[in-house]
Design a protein around this ligand. Structure first.
Ligand SMILES: *[C@@H]1O[C@H](CO)[C@@H](O)[C@H](O)[C@H]1NC(C)=O
Ligand SMILES: *[C@@H]1O[C@H](CO)[C@@H](O)[C@H](O)[C@H]1NC(C)=O
Ligand SMILES: *[C@@H]1O[C@H](CO)[C@@H](O)[C@H](O)[C@H]1NC(C)=O
Ligand SMILES: *[C@@H]1O[C@H](CO)[C@@H](O)[C@H](O)[C@H]1NC(C)=O
Length: 484
């Protein structure tokens, strides 16, 4: 039986989000007049300039005080080489001699094009072409490196083909694609497991390390196909797409009879470790303990990776990008199961994948991407309902806390941070594009207001460590410039 499809046509070779942003922005400009939708032209222009100022405040400080290291520490105006730390809760195997991969610059390139700054885009592309290398003794998280570095390079390559060749003939000859291929080749050994499910960690220079952990997350196996698929299509080498697709098919084959997937699994045995199923960041006791220990020793919090969220996002976006029915069929079954077993009114709780019984009643800020996904799908009423509830929590605290206990109506005891995450803003953007309801512009204005009020410091934008005190943390994540 064929499942129903959302309206629209599969997109051609463009990474989906950048394409949508560019379409929205250039489409609006080409149309000339701003729609009279009750928000007002002058106010739109004012907000646009405000956001431009924010971008350059974050970007200029990064370039001045952190580049070519990975990320800016805005309170001390220094840097951190965080690529090898992302998700590395025990801070093991940190490289001695690593000077970063200009991670924030890589992630900013597509934003520079969206903002119309082709000169700076070109400067960044040429710097990376000559200076970026992945031949470093650094153990990196495959998921984080894929979404940030490989995704950043591929989208910048596509944009460079369009924009740099327009500017200067011959200046761009696929340097970023060559870098992406080089990085993709370093990913491949992670997939050499009996199951085809990739290790979560790989050393860029030496491959999978001795005694490497075999535990990974659903996102870690199911959020590779967009970048690795695009890399294969662009380079003509089918290995990247084949590896990511094999992992995705294996992961999907591990779903329960209810079509739910768990949160963590073992790549050698192909067995689930954590059976609780959700749409955001997973909840494991070990995880909370790790966060406390790290906070004690390093005075810093790290982004969690034991998630499921991007598994769903990648299925629908893979369908849009590549047009294969297989992705749609997986997505459709997974989506119906979520709506049936995890949804409770506007909220989504976690449930045991085997029984469908509720396990944790928690809101996580990663879940805020869900209304955006539902908007892509055309389920605008459900998206609107959840988005409004997220906005209520945002208003209550000023930003979205990482985890909020729905059953107790209170903050999670340790996960009280807001690391400048993009998900709620992204959903607001999609809902506005779909409905043109000016109310979403007002929500956008509130988001911009909160970010400026609580997180802007002289040296950039700082994450919030605790939303109950608004105490800041010395970290401007690279995704702030590319996603938020
Ligand atoms: C990192 O920078 C230091 C100091 O500039 C330098 O000595 C070292 O060789 C660099 N490491 C690598 C891998 O290039
Ligand atoms: C590569 O890096 C060096 C050192 O930062 C810099 O002088 C050079 O201009 C860079 N190359 C390009 C093409 O920007
Ligand atoms: C890997 O584990 C074995 C057995 O526990 C141990 O003897 C060996 O030293 C470990 N290797 C590394 C590099 O930690
Ligand atoms: C969203 O929900 C609000 C409040 O229920 C309603 O007034 C509005 O019309 C809804 N918008 C859409 C696009 O469904």
């Amino acid at each position: 039986m064929r499942s129903p499809r959302p309206p629209g046509h599969p997109a051609s070779a463009r990474l989906v989000v950048v394409a949508l942003l560019l379409a929205a922005l250039t489409g609006g400009a080409a149309a000339g007049a701003v729609r009279s939708d009750g928000y007002g032209r002058a106010r739109k222009l004012h907000m646009k300039n405000k956001v431009l100022d924010m971008f350059y405040h974050a970007y200029d400080n990064y370039m001045a005080y952190a580049f070519p290291h990975d990320e800016l520490k805005p309170l001390t105006r220094s840097f951190t080489d965080s690529l090898s730390e992302l998700g590395n809760l025990n801070l093991e195997h940190l490289p001695q001699d690593y000077n970063g991969s200009a991670l924030t610059l890589v992630e900013s390139l597509s934003s520079l094009v969206v903002l119309g700054n082709l000169k700076e885009f070109e400067r960044g592309v040429l710097w990376l072409s000559e200076n970026l290398t992945f031949d470093v003794d650094a153990r990196i998280n495959l998921f984080e490196c894929n979404i940030r570095l490989l995704g950043g390079l591929i989208s910048a390559h596509l944009l460079a083909k369009d924009y740099i060749s327009q500017l200067k003939d011959g200046l761009y000859h696929d340097q970023l694609l060559h870098l992406a291929v080089n990085l993709g080749n370093r990913f491949l050994p992670a997939f050499e497991t009996p199951t085809g499910l990739p290790y979560a960690w790989i050393n860029l220079k030496y491959g999978v390390m001795e005694n490497e952990t075999t535990e990974t997350s659903t996102s870690g196996c199911g959020s590779l196909i967009l970048e690795m698929g695009a890399l294969s299509r662009l380079s003509g080498d089918s290995r990247y797409e084949a590896a990511a697709l094999r992992a995705l098919r294996k992961l999907w084959s591990m779903r329960s009879s209810l079509n739910l997937v768990g949160t963590t699994l073992d790549v050698l045995t192909g067995k689930w470790i954590e059976y609780s199923s959700g749409i955001g960041a997973g909840n494991t006791i070990l995880f909370s303990v790790c966060l406390i220990v790290i906070a004690l020793y390093t005075n810093d919090f790290y982004i969690m990776i034991a998630g499921v969220d991007s598994f769903f996002e990648y299925l629908i976006k893979a369908y849009i990008l590549f047009g294969s029915d297989e992705y749609w069929d997986m997505f459709h079954s997974a989506y119906l199961a979520v709506q049936k077993y995890l949804r409770h009114g506007p909220w989504y709780h976690e449930a045991d994948m085997r029984t469908g019984e509720a396990t944790y009643w928690q809101l996580t800020s990663l879940q805020a991407f869900w209304p955006g996904l539902q908007t892509l799908l055309g389920d605008v009423a459900a998206a609107n309902l959840s988005h409004r509830e997220f906005y209520n929590v945002w208003q209550r605290f000023g930003v979205l806390p990482e985890r909020y206990l729905l059953d107790y109506g209170m903050l999670h005891p340790t996960e009280k941070y807001y690391p400048l995450r993009p998900e709620f803003a992204e959903s607001t953007f999609y809902l506005y594009q779909a409905t043109k309801d000016p109310w979403y512009l007002e929500v956008g204005e509130a988001i911009v207001g909160s970010l400026n009020y609580y997180t802007k410091v002289d040296g950039g934008f700082a994450s919030i460590r605790d939303v109950s005190t608004m105490k800041l943390e010395d970290h401007q994540h690279s995704f702030f410039l590319s996603e938020t």
